[in-house]
Design a protein around this ligand. Structure first.
Ligand code: 6GU
Length: 262
């Protein structure tokens, strides 16, 4: 897989690219990541990438021309279909061109899994008050947001999106099963974990984990995972069909116990 990141702050990505799983995946050639300065796709003397919004309002808008040129330079024509033309075709093409914006579709684990099948992903980082809408309609295959808050630019979001995808690539994680086993693949948050020492400042590790009894440990973990999910992410439990039969049973027990306390 290949990533091309288009940004006005290429240096932002230096630390991200040279540490951890992303660094290892690059060293092993599981992924190629290139970062491109949007200003390199301007032709004017001052390398201007932004301009004032038509209709008036605060702030500056990223101009379409440098972004169109960057995408044309970084992709092969006919390998992708822009969003404004055909959403279905855009999703299935081997190349994705993604605009990162708080106005985008929410980025999820399912979206990361879909994108991990692509040959090439171009990430366009927004700045200022936004990007000329002709980019989203005529060049992009997706507009993504990483959550309901506003960042000062798309750079951090580009790292979030590419990290979530890269760790799903085959042989990227230490253990091939760890990506399958985790939060969100299972429709709930993960269980809490502990390590040594067994007692720290009088704080004991839960005794259920110290028994070596596999079935009891599994039951305890499922229960804690569901309690946390209920507390922090009740939205994930609205569709209990995503849970297996044992989780559904444990959840009913948790809910019955909460009833009893009222
Ligand atoms: Cl993708 N960009 C910006 N600027 N803010 C965001 C975001 C993206 N996702 C959530 N907030």
């Amino acid at each position: 897989m290949r990533f091309d990141i288009v940004t006005i702050f290429p240096q932002f990505f230096e630390g991200f690219l040279s540490h951890g799983i992303v660094r290892r995946a690059r060293q092993r050639s599981q992924v190629q990541v290139s970062v491109h300065d949007l200003r390199d796709f301007t032709y004017d003397r001052h390398h201007v990438v932004d301009d004032r919004p038509f209709g008036g309002s605060d702030g500056m808008v990223l101009k379409p021309e440098p972004i169109f040129r960057a995408v044309e330079a970084l992709t092969h024509p006919f390998q992708y279909t822009p969003l404004g033309e055909d959403r279905q075709a855009a999703e299935q093409a081997p190349v994705s061109v993604i605009v990162l914006t708080p106005q985008g579709k929410p980025f999820t684990q399912a979206e990361a899994a879909r994108l991990s099948q692509k040959e090439q992903i171009v990430l366009i980082c927004g700045r200022y008050e936004g990007i000329d809408e002709r980019v989203a309609q005529n060049v992009a295959t997706d507009e993504l947001s990483i959550g309901d808050y506003v960042l000062s630019g798309g750079e951090v979001a580009a790292m979030v999106v590419s990290d979530a995808i890269i760790r799903l690539l085959p042989e990227t994680l230490g253990s091939a099963t760890s990506a399958v086993n985790e939060s969100f693949s299972a429709g709930r948050l993960d269980y809490p974990v502990y390590t040594r020492p067994a007692c720290y400042r009088g704080l004991e590790v839960p005794k259920e984990l110290m028994t070596g009894h596999h079935a009891e440990i599994d039951l305890w973990r499922r229960r804690k995972a569901l309690e946390k999910t209920k507390a922090y992410r009740p939205d994930l439990l609205r569709d209990t069909a995503a849970l297996d039969a044992l989780d559904q049973k444990i959840l009913k027990t948790i809910e019955a116990e909460a009833e009893d306390r009222h």
